[in-house]
Structure formats: C-alpha cells, structure tokens
Ligand binder design. Structure first.
Ligand code: AP5
Length: 210
C-alpha cells in the first residue's frame, strides 16, 4: 500500500505514520526526518537544507525528489510506503506520480488529518523528541517515560513564530494538494486529528478497511 498522510505541521502525521507503518508492514518515508538526520550528520544535503528548515520554509524540490526516489527503491519499500511530509506542493505530487509510474506502482489513497491552527500552536510548544531514537512525545498528551524525560529536546523550528510561518507555508503551498487529489480517482479520507492519538489511528484504519 502506498499512502500519503497530509496535514498541517503538528497535525500528527509522524505519530500516526509510525504506528500505521508498523501495522501495515511498510516503511514510513518522512522527508523531514531524513533531512534532520542529514543536518545532524553534517552532510552536504544537511548543509543545504538547514537554513530553509530553521526558517520554516520548504526545502527546494530538487533536494527532496532524489531522497524519495532512493527510499522507494529500497527493498523494504517493495510492498509500499507511508509518505509523511511528502509531497508538499503540487510539483512534488506530480513528481511522485512519475516516480511511481517508473517503478510500475501507484498510490492507493490519501489521509488528511484535520486540525485547526490554534491547536497546532499548542501542540508544537509541547512537542519533545528523544534525540537517540527519534521517538516523538508531547509534554501533556503523550509524556515521555521518566528516564527519557531528562534528555528529550525541542525542535529548533517549534518556536511559536516559526510554527506560525510554517502554517502560512502549509496553507499557501501544501493544502491545495487536498483539492488536487480530490480531483483524481484516489480515495481521500478526512480524519479528525484532534481526537486522542489511539482514536485517530483507529479512524484511519477503519477508513482504509483495516
Ligand atoms: P516535517 O518534519 O515534515 O514537519 P511538519 O510537516 O511541519 O510536521 P511535523 O513533523 O512538525 O508534525 P507532524 O504532523 O508529524 O506531527 P507529530 O506527529 O510530530 O518538516 C520539517 C521541515 O523540513 C519543513 O518545514 C521543511 O523545511 C522541510 N521539509 C520536510 N519535508 C519537505 C518536503 N517534502 N519538501 C520541502 N521541504 C520539506 O505531532 C506533533 C505533536 O503533537 C507531538 O508532540 C505529538 O506527540 C502530539 N500529538 C500528535 N497527535 C496528537 C493527538 N491526536 N492529540 C494530542 N497530541 C498529539
């Protein structure tokens, strides 16, 4: 199954994507995670992407498409993938169609996590990540275990001002993808992303008949 998770920054794509990937036995392809890894390792990609990420801007498409092509060509993705944070604009969506066509595969659906902007700002201020495992927590809604809580970190782009800018970028460049996919014959499932994490997962699975 090839499934796109769409939603604003902080809508829960990463949280739901990890659970879904495990459940469906396919990898999660999260371009944000791959880019953050490259920044941490100080690679050429990381150096080129960092400024855009810290400012809450999208990284140029040409830096993203090779990452996705490579991840999809990996053996682990032979049965499909969950796309988290990709595509981010109509150009990337068209490129994804071309890449999948080259691989003789196709998308199976899109899940949109609906969450209002005010909820997003609250969520991002409470988000913490375990730098060792990449596991994502929330100080109130999904607190880290005591032994992990001492070293969790806040993402540099989760400051309120940057979050608000990322929301503007989302509304301008990414949310038009909802209409883009609704005009195709792909199923587009809207799920209320403000429900508790387990209920969001259950709703996604039932919308996929799983
Ligand atoms: P990326 O890493 O993709 O960030 P994003 O889309 O802004 O999404 P987030 O990771 O912030 O949020 P999420 O929806 O995964 O939510 P999460 O599950 O963590 O991108 C970062 C940057 O990289 C971009 O700004 C851009 O520069 C660049 N980039 C990445 N991909 C790109 C691309 N394709 N093209 C160009 N540039 C690209 O949840 C958030 C918090 O809420 C957590 O604390 C979580 O525990 C909590 N939470 C989750 N669900 C719930 C719930 N139901 N109830 C309560 N709390 C919840």
């Amino acid at each position: 199954m090839h499934l796109i998770l769409l939603g604003a920054p902080g809508a829960g794509k990463g949280t739901q994507g990890s659970q879904l990937a495990e459940r469906l036995g396919v990898p999660k392809i999260a371009t944000g995670d791959i880019l953050r890894g490259a920044v941490r390792e100080g690679t050429e990609l990381g150096r080129r992407a960092k400024g855009y990420m810290d400012a809450g801007e999208l990284v140029p498409d040409e830096l993203i498409l090779d990452l996705v092509r490579e991840a999809l060509a990996d053996d682990s993705a032979r049965q499909g993938a969950i796309f988290d944070g990709f595509p981010r604009n109509v150009g990337q969506a068209r490129s994804l169609d071309r890449i999948l066509l080259e691989l003789r595969r196709r998308l199976d659906g899109v899940v949109v996590l609906d969450v209002d902007d005010d909820v997003i700002v609250e969520r991002m201020s409470g988000r913490r990540t375990d730098p060792e495992t990449g596991h994502v927590y929330h100080l109130v809604h999904n607190p880290p275990p005591e032994e992990v809580a001492v070293w969790v970190v806040q993402r540099p782009d989760d400051r309120e001002e940057t979050v608000r800018h990322r929301l503007t970028v989302y509304h301008d460049q990414t949310s038009p993808l909802i209409e883009y996919y609704e005009q195709t014959d792909l199923p587009v499932h809207h799920v209320d992303g403000t429900l508790p994490i387990e209920q969001v997962q259950a709703k996604i699975l039932s919308s996929l008949n799983r």
